[in-house]
Design a protein around this ligand. Structure first.
Ligand SMILES: C[S@@+](CC[C@H](N)C(=O)[O-])C[C@H]1O[C@@H](n2cnc3c(N)ncnc32)[C@H](O)[C@@H]1O
Length: 392
């Protein structure tokens, strides 16, 4: 039996490395941090550990993870690509995800690609140096919604694989992680949860021209990750809604939105049907305004305890009937990261039994928390969506 220690790689937001290490060590005390660069950390795992490629780290700061197959070093993409394939050897996989550790992994493929994007030359070199037994597919063209297909090659002359496409559950995913110009890391994982299917754990969405703020993409990612079971016509309230990107997205998904923010909204969002703005701070709003609200969202740029105090006042009020929460907790200092377990426990104490947290790729120095009163709602929401009640 092989007694050598496997290594785990983890991708995270640049700046979150320390919070990630602390969180992983809290849950997995036998893991030892090894290599660390902005947005990328490896851990030495205990020798007997099996199934590292499928491990669910249960970490809010891990964007993606898997088994590290080591790294290759050299000058120029061609030489690195050659070494990459040598090191991959006979590892079986169906998808290749190529991403940079120090920036979002959204691959700019297709006609609107930025010719200076370093990923383009890396992908080209990997395609060119690909061993004869493998057939790289077309690179996925990033559209407004994730490409669910695995982009098989046009005329497969060997084992086909997709490049930077959303993997299907159960597929083997090889990652080429560009840590810097002269070093690529190699990872392998089995696609399971939705984020583990996205290249680099980044929800593949491009901010549309009409979006009034980046929160549009963040909300798209939050809804995809959380699978919040909203159905058309549900009333959501967002604390901290200005200028209105997330409200825009929610309204496009045919939800009704009560936006609460002392700041001005974008006039275009104000005109959208189904939207109402209360120009106040969250705490100043009368509780009766929340009577019909089923989903409470928060994106206020205040300390996490401030957001939690405001939300607590609303959800514990006798007239409230709020099924689920989608809260941005701004980590105004990285020190707040260590309090995350307490924040989640506090949310559970309000009767929200199903609580999970993730640092979204389209968010900033913050954590998104999703909380649901009854987990069964996720299943019901899925059924409702399948019946076409909600536009995705
Ligand atoms: C990051 S921005 C929100 C972006 C917004 N979600 C969007 O989609 O464009 C933070 C907002 O929180 C608002 N804010 C700060 N404190 C607040 C409070 N106590 N209640 C409501 N909004 C608050 C600010 O006025 C600011 O507009």
């Amino acid at each position: 039996m092989d007694s050598s220690s496997p290594f785990l790689y983890v991708g995270c937001q640049v700046g979150a490395e320390r919070a990630l290490k602390a969180e992983v060590q809290q849950e997995w005390s036998e893991f030892r941090p090894a290599f660390s660069k902005p947005g990328f950390v490896t851990f030495k795992a205990p020798p007997q550990l099996r199934g590292i490629a499928e491990l669910d780290l249960r970490s809010a700061f891990a964007r993606c993870s898997g088994e590290s197959l080591g790294s290759v070093q050299g000058e120029g993409p061609e030489g690195l690509a050659e070494r990459f394939w040598q090191q991959v050897g006979d590892q079986k996989f169906q998808q290749l995800h190529v991403w940079c550790s120090a920036r979002p992994a959204n691959f700019k493929g297709g006609t609107d690609a930025d010719e200076h994007d370093p990923l383009l030359s890396v992908v080209a070199a990997l395609q060119q140096k690909c061993p004869a037994g493998l057939s790289p597919g077309e690179t996925s063209k990033l559209a407004g919604t994730p490409d669910e297909s695995s982009t098989p090659p046009v005329a497969a002359s060997g084992h086909p694989f997709g490049i930077n496409a959303v993997a299907q559950t159960g597929q083997g995913v090889l990652s080429c992680i560009i840590v810097d110009r002269t070093r690529w890391w190699i990872g392998f994982h089995k696609a399971g949860s939705l984020p583990s299917r996205w290249p680099g754990g980044v929800y593949p969405v491009r901010l549309p021209e009409h979006a009034v703020s980046r929160a549009y993409a963040k909300m798209a990612e939050a809804l995809a990750w959380s699978r919040m079971p909203v159905v058309s016509g549900d009333l959501c309230a967002e604390l901290g809604c200005a200028p209105g990107g997330s409200c825009q997205l929610l309204l496009e998904r045919r939800l009704r939105v009560l936006g609460i923010d002392p700041a001005e909204m974008d006039p275009g969002v104000l005109r959208l049907p189904g939207f109402r703005h209360i120009r106040k701070r969250g705490r100043e709003v009368k509780k009766r305004e929340f009577r019909e609200v089923r989903w409470l969202l928060a994106d206020s740029n205040v300390a996490p305890t401030h957001t939690l105090d405001t939300v607590q006042d609303i959800v514990t009020h006798r007239d409230a009937n709020i099924r689920g929460l989608l809260l941005t907790l701004k980590l105004t200092t990285w020190g707040h990261a260590t309090s995350l377990p307490e924040f989640l426990a506090r949310i559970r104490s309000w009767g929200y039994r199903y609580v999970k947290a993730r640092q979204l790729a389209h968010g900033g120095q913050e954590v998104c928390v999703f909380a649901l009163r009854r987990q069964g709602l996720l299943r019901l929401g899925g059924q409702a969506r399948r019946k076409g009640l909600q536009q995705r």
